[in-house]
Design a protein. Structure first.
Length: 637
């Protein structure tokens, strides 16, 4: 009997030890995982969770490092600086991490132009994607979350991924080309920690302490700490939106009568040329409109897989060919690229039908975009006359949305703070479009954020490189005020005043009709130039002409530019300059290159005061240096 009791006690004791051992397994943050890239030439943190008092041992590169988890179960070990290399393994107690590289790690952050993935850039970079196979370029994409209550210490997911034709599709285009250029030039692995969210203003990426000068932003952040408010706002708006679109669908006679069908009689439909806006013909309205286009195909073209490019449409579309749905997009920004499966197209008559719904603003097929059907590499132009008919007109606009995820501090708390233990070389930042409503505060906000991020990473001179906003919207015929120009100038001034920062100027590669220009390789390459010059101390030209000083002589203004950037590319006529007289009004100016100076004047202004260059939403200036890098827009005021 005593033996039985003894064995039962022994079994219970051993069992509890096993349970204790199982529970004692350490937990690592998502960043510390297989395939990670560690920052060379910096001390490296490895951290995680365990039971209070548990011993933790890290084995890396033939050395052992030990610590004990604190009373809350947190532990951290700091490894010494390491040289570039790999792949290596790391053992942390019972966990083995594989395929670790040591190179350079960069944080890439901002809004949609940084977020924009390679899959959205396919027409420009199809070969780049198809041939992507690079173990030295790795991405960690931070889950898109927000938190207004407190800074998180851990991410909700994410993993390190090496570059291949599948993974690259989800990589930030800007960050990918930046990483590729640096990896090639420096012959090291480059890891990108990508934390971006489309539409986000800068204050969403700043912590509570950084926004002390902006009580309205702090009040807003505090307001959204209320979970019930978030739930009620989201559910209320979703209900209103669902009701609006339900009413639209019920009212749309095109849905009820199946206007997508191949054999529909559309002989009484009106016609218009695409691209363009039906509201120019029908007057402004919110609702739905249907378009149909007949194309004829040969026997050789019939049945083959094809590609349909319908440019961009404001707002949402559902697109059919011969009654078969081939794709849809639910909002205005993404391009309409639809793959048509084999068997849909047929010999002779084919019908493309598009149902467009527009909740607010001017509905239209966006101008200066490609519209074609491609079969076997041959393109059938669709910029022609289409038939159209209104499906339904709504009495009011679609309900608006409160984008809670963009509110102050939320993205910092959930997407930046969990990263600060991880050693990085620097940061690249493409953001600002969402702050153009109040541009004059942007320079202070950006400066404050840079200094705060440097403090968080405990790197007082951490390199930080900004992408200046591209040219966008319709050009103006006269010099006017511009919030976009003002914000660009705020970005320019930060890059001049804050040490170890740089500016990638892209005023020459935007698209007037698209806030998301496709040429992301040039953006990444120009950011890489800044990194090579400032972070890697290479003796290269990384900037176009950088304005430095002004001198007034009679009716002319003489501009000087930073030495080394003043080797101007010759042009037949300099454009983009405006000059102001004592009446306070800017007029277009003539400008010419004289040695390393630029002379600006207007024959009707005898006492000029100041000059602006490329001061517009979408300017046409052509001042570059001989390396082809453009001058930043600037004002001498």
């Amino acid at each position: 009997m005593k033996n039985r009791i003894f064995f039962k006690i022994l079994i219970l004791f051993v069992g509890s030890l096993c349970i204790s051992f199982i529970n004692a397994k350490i937990k690592l943050p998502a960043l510390v995982s297989d395939g990670m890239v560690l920052q060379r030439n910096q001390k490296l943190n490895v951290w995680g969770k365990a039971d209070a008092g548990e011993k933790v041992e890290v084995k890396f590169l033939n050395k052992n490092y030990k610590t004990i988890a604190d009373q809350t179960g947190n532990w951290k070990i700091t490894l010494p600086e390491q040289k570039a290399g790999g792949p290596y393994t790391m053992t942390i107690n019972e966990i083995t991490l594989k395929d670790i590289l040591i190179g350079d790690v960069w944080l890439a952050s901002g809004q949609s132009n940084m977020e924009l993935p390679m899959r959205r850039l396919t027409p420009l970079y199809a070969d780049e994607i198809k041939n992507a196979n690079n173990q030295n370029i790795r991405f960690f994409t931070v889950p898109q979350k927000y938190n207004f209550k407190s800074p998180q210490t851990e991410l909700d997911g994410g993993k390190w991924e090496a570059t291949n034709p599948q993974t690259i599709l989800n990589f930030s285009g800007v960050a990918y080309f930046f990483a590729k250029e640096l990896s090639q030039k420096n012959k090291v692995a480059v890891g990108i920690i990508h934390a971006s969210l489309g539409g986000s203003p800068i204050q969403a990426w700043m912590d509570e302490n950084s926004l002390k000068k902006y009580p309205e932003y702090l009040d807003e952040a505090k307001k959204w700490q209320n979970d019930d408010l978030i739930k009620s706002t989201e559910s209320g708006e979703q209900a209103l939106s669902k009701a609006w679109y339900t009413e639209l669908d019920q009212s749309d006679i095109g849905l009820n009568q199946h206007w997508e069908n191949f054999d529909l009689n559309d002989s009484d439909w009106k016609t218009m040329n695409i691209p363009g806006s039906w509201e120019d013909k029908e007057g402004s309205f919110e609702g739905s409109v249907w378009f149909r286009k007949e194309i004829n195909l040969t026997k050789n073209q019939a049945g083959k897989a094809a590609f349909l490019n319908l440019g961009r449409i404001k707002d949402a579309d559902v697109t059919y060919i011969n009654g078969t749905k081939v794709g849809n997009v639910t909002y205005e920004y993404p391009p309409r690229w639809y793959d048509i499966p084999a068997g849909v197209l047929k010999e002779g008559k084919n019908i493309i039908a598009v149902r467009i719904t527009n909740g607010s603003g001017k509905g239209q097929f966006i101008a200066d975009k490609p519209y074609y059907l491609e079969i076997d590499g041959n393109k059938i132009d669709l910029k022609t006359e289409w038939k159209y008919k209104t499906g339904a007109k709504m009495e009011k606009m679609a309900p608006g949305t409160t984008f809670i995820r963009w509110k102050p501090t939320g993205l910092y708390n959930a997407m930046i703070n969990p990263l600060i233990n991880y050693s990085i070389k620097g940061a690249i930042w493409y953001q600002g479009e969402s702050n153009t409503g109040k541009p004059k505060e942007y320079g202070d906000l950006l400066t404050t954020m840079i200094l705060d991020w440097r403090n968080k990473w405990n790197q007082k001179e951490m390199p930080f490189f900004t992408v200046q906003l591209a040219n966008f919207m319709e050009p103006k015929t006269q010099p006017v005020e511009s919030n976009w120009a003002e914000l660009r100038d705020q970005q320019r001034q930060v890059s001049l005043k804050v040490p170890n920062t740089g500016l990638a100027v892209i005023i020459d590669i935007g698209e007037w009709n698209d806030i998301h220009p496709l040429n992301k390789k040039t953006v990444g390459d120009r950011l890489a130039l800044q990194a090579l010059k400032i972070a890697d101390k290479k003796n290269i030209i990384a900037d176009g002409p950088v304005y430095q000083s002004i001198k007034v002589e009679g009716n002319k203004i003489i501009l000087s530019f930073k030495s080394g950037t003043d080797d101007y590319a010759p042009v037949s006529e300099l454009k983009g300059f405006a000059i102001k007289g004592k009446d306070g009004k800017y007029e277009w100016a003539k400008a010419k290159i004289e040695g390393n100076k630029i002379i600006v004047w207007n024959d009707t202004i005898s006492n000029p005061i100041s000059v602006r260059y490329d001061w517009a939403d979408n300017p046409d200036g052509n001042l570059k240096n001989k390396t082809g890098l453009p001058a930043s827009p600037f004002t001498t005021e």
